[in-house]
Each structure stands twice: as structure tokens, then as C-alpha cells.
Design a protein around this ligand. Structure first.
Ligand SMILES: [Zn+2]
Length: 316
């Protein structure tokens, strides 16, 4: 591929050396192609579903793909763009894998993407990110595509994993599961416009995470965000959560401001202000935390690690 038009803003050699594993090859079919055009050439695609006729209205699949596994259809699109790409496909639901299996199945991934609104899959990707100590990006569309979010983790640098960021969400899903319900939003009313806007943000975050520190616009993106790892986006003027436009409120825009419409975003550090570390962090990166006076702290240097040994008796 010829990257001459984008090599001033993206560190192409670095991006070409990375492997991305993505869960979901439906609504993310366009995102995968955008990242391929940007330089990613090593992929692992995971999705148990086949392309259906109903997917044509909101996913980057073609009528000729109907009946095929989505991962196979997307693999062909990647190879059509870059015949030198390395694409591996998994046509099954991996979310019931044990942690040991997850460790063995995805050994050389540099970044995971959860491109599905399925909470069980998002929770699995969070554990994968912690097990392998690599970043993960979570793309979520809210019901009716009135809004959405792009969340990411970087276990080597940031305190919060996905579960630390969204503890009330985990609790709600666990409660619903007990009563046999699902809180996962359906795709009804979720149009391709919302998917495209969220994907555009997610593509930048993925490139930013993988080329962090490079002397160009994408390389500066993550340092510019620092510890703000939760981007919330309005996709319609009708956007509300529990009766409130929390994006407008968080931006400090007064109600009725004529300049405020839609496609606004807010970047947050820890919206739920959860207590660290969460259960996943305790299980998979216990060595990164210690307690002082009943409060959890994170080891920030080898010195603090040696002076504050883990008190494993007080973790619950
Ligand atoms: Zn956590």
C-alpha cells in the first residue's frame, strides 16, 4: 500500500508491526477497513455470526456476502485492500473461555477491540487486556443510537480497567443475569450514521494507542488525553440518559444554548469514580497495587513497590 498521503500524521512502520484482535465483525466491518487503510496489516477477527440480509442497511457487508461468516467476509475485504495482510479468523464465541485458555489463544496481540454491545464480551475483553497487559478499546452504541461511547484501557500506564470505570454497569448486568434478563441494547434503530461517528473516534484512539509517543498528530493523541479514557458522544439532539443530557451538563453548556446541537463529545477520567482496584484488577494485576490506611494505591515506581509490600489479607 502507498501511505505517502498519511505518513506525516501516522507512524506507518510502527503500526505495520502491530497485531490487533477484534471481537465483532458486523458493525465494525468499516472500522476494520479504516484501520487497514491506516496501516494495520496483522489481524485476528473473532465473530460467530454469519452475514444476514438485514445487515446491509447498517454494516459494511455486501449482498454477495449473505450466508458467509462475517469474519470471512471481512478478511476478504482486508486482503482486497492489502494483499500482504496477515488475517486469522475465529468463527466462534470465545467469551466462555477460561482465563488459561484466553492466555493461550491470544498470545501476540498488541491491542484488543470489543466492537460489540454484548456485556459478556466486553467483560471478557477486559480480562484479556489485563491478562496480556495490553490496551483494549471498547466501542458501545447506546439504545436507538442516540449516543455512544469509546472507552480504552492501558494496564501498563493507567489505573482504571474497563471494570474499574464502569462498576455500576457490571452490577446492573450481574443483577439482570440473576433474573434471566439481558440489558444489552438491541440494534433496533441503531443506524449506520451513529456507527460511523463512533468508529471514526475509535480509529483515532486505536492508532493513538499503538503509535503513542511518535512525533506526529496521532502519536500525540493519547498523551494529550492523559488519564481521560472514557469518551461519551451525543449522536442526536434527543440524547438523554435517565432524563438528562449528561454530555451537555459535563461540558457546562447552559440549557437552551442555541449553539448546542448534536455530535458533541466529552472526555472523562473516571465517570463512576469507582474504587480501585476492581475484582478483575485484584485477580490479574494484584502486583500493581498496595494498601495504605485501608485505601488502595497503585505502585508507580520500583521504589514504592519495595517499600509497600502487598497486604494480601486485606483485599476483600
Ligand atoms: Zn479494574
Amino acid at each position: 500500500m502507498d501511505f505517502s498521503r498519511i505518513q506525516s500524521v501516522i507512524d506507518i512502520p510502527v503500526l505495520q508491526s502491530k497485531t490487533v484482535t477484534i471481537f465483532g465483525a458486523g458493525g465494525s466491518a468499516g472500522l476494520i477497513q479504516d484501520l487497514t487503510r491506516s496501516g494495520i496489516r496483522s489481524w485476528k477477527l473473532v465473530d460467530p455470526d454469519r452475514v444476514g440480509v438485514e445487515n446491509m442497511s447498517r454494516q459494511d457487508h455486501d449482498p454477495g456476502d449473505v450466508g458467509r461468516f462475517k469474519v470471512d467476509a471481512v478478511r476478504d475485504k482486508i486482503l482486497g485492500l492489502n494483499p500482504g495482510a496477515d488475517v486469522r479468523t475465529i468463527r466462534q464465541d470465545c467469551t466462555s473461555m477460561t482465563d488459561a485458555e484466553a492466555r493461550d489463544e491470544f498470545p501476540n496481540t498488541d491491542l484488543f477491540i470489543a466492537a460489540t454491545d454484548n456485556h459478556q464480551c466486553q467483560a471478557f475483553v477486559n480480562r484479556l487486556s489485563l491478562i496480556h497487559t495490553v490496551s483494549a478499546v471498547f466501542i458501545g452504541l447506546y439504545p436507538q443510537a442516540l449516543g455512544g461511547e469509546v472507552v480504552w484501557t492501558d494496564p501498563a500506564r493507567l489505573d482504571c480497567c474497563y471494570r474499574c470505570l464502569c462498576p455500576s454497569r457490571y452490577q446492573a448486568h450481574e443483577l439482570a443475569k440473576v433474573t434471566g434478563q439481558s440489558l444489552d441494547p438491541t440494534s433496533m434503530g441503531a443506524d449506520i450514521c451513529g456507527i460511523r461517528i463512533l468508529d471514526a473516534i475509535a480509529v483515532q484512539i486505536v492508532i493513538g494507542l499503538l503509535t503513542q509517543g511518535s512525533e506526529n498528530r496521532m502519536g500525540r493523541l493519547i498523551p494529550q488525553l492523559d488519564d481521560r479514557q472514557f469518551i461519551q458522544v451525543t449522536l442526536s439532539p434527543d440524547f438523554q440518559i435517565n432524563g438528562r443530557d449528561i454530555v451537555r451538563e459535563r461540558l457546562g453548556v447552559a440549557p437552551g444554548n442555541p449553539g448546542y446541537f448534536s455530535c458533541n463529545s466529552v472526555a472523562l477520567a473516571d465517570p463512576d469514580q469507582g474504587q480501585l482496584p476492581c475484582e478483575d484488577c485484584r485477580n490479574f494485576r494484584q502486583h500493581q497495587f498496595f494498601q495504605v490506611d485501608g485505601k488502595w494505591r497503585r505502585f508507580t515506581s520500583p521504589e514504592s513497590r519495595s517499600t509497600h509490600p502487598i497486604n494480601s489479607e486485606s483485599q476483600d
